[in-house]
Write a protein that binds this ligand. Structure first.
Ligand code: 5GP
Ligand code: ZN
Length: 163
């Protein structure tokens, strides 16, 4: 499944050096070459999926890869929180979302009160709806799409999450 031209696959194979934080058969965590903060790391499943939309459903190995991917992320975030005080997670899918490396990855970005990282692209309130009906329409579209995707996976929401 490794993509020959993928830089993170090359890192996972060991063809390109990286500062590794964690490695298992399915998962690799390594320091970002251009860190936003000290300790900024990337966690990847070793299997090549370009984005979250490219992870196949109903695939036991993909499920196991994603489960471990998030477990390692959660534990690395915990380590970062304990060491630095806080952490942001960032996960970009597609060029429209600022993804520059087309291999699924989660950023774990340690944060300290004194660091100088601004969050200019994540401005609270910048996505203001034109009206409540626009908000409700978008919510309904996402609700229906997610319900269909979840149903296809045999996953049911609790009664309280439905409207
Ligand atoms: P994206 O914008 O796709 O979410 O983030 C890709 C990240 O990969 C960037 O933060 C970038 O600094 C990092 N990166 C790109 N090439 C390499 C590399 O060869 N080695 C490492 N360690 N990080 C890389
Ligand atoms: Zn890859």
């Amino acid at each position: 499944m490794n993509d020959k031209d993928c830089i993170f696959c090359a890192i996972a194979r060991g063809d390109i050096p990286s500062v590794k934080i964690w490695e298992s058969d399915r998962t690799l965590a390594f320091l970002d070459i251009s860190p936003m903060t000290k300790g900024h790391a990337l966690v990847i499943p070793k299997a090549h999926f370009a984005t979250l939309a490219d992870v196949p459903s109903g695939d036991a190995e993909a499920d196991a890869a994603c489960r471990e991917w998030f477990l390692v992320t959660r534990l690395l975030a915990r380590a970062a929180i304990e060491r630095f005080g806080g952490a942001n997670l960032l996960q970009c899918n597609g060029p429209a979302a600022g993804q520059t490396v087309g291999h699924l990855h989660l950023h774990v970005i340690p944060r300290q009160g004194a660091d100088a990282v601004a969050q200019p692209e994540f401005v609270s309130g910048a996505g203001k709806y034109a009206s409540d009906s626009e908000r409700d329409e978008i919510a309904a579209q996402l609700r229906e799409a997610l319900a269909n995707l979840a149903a296809a996976e045999g996953l049911r929401a609790s009664a309280t999450s439905a409207r």
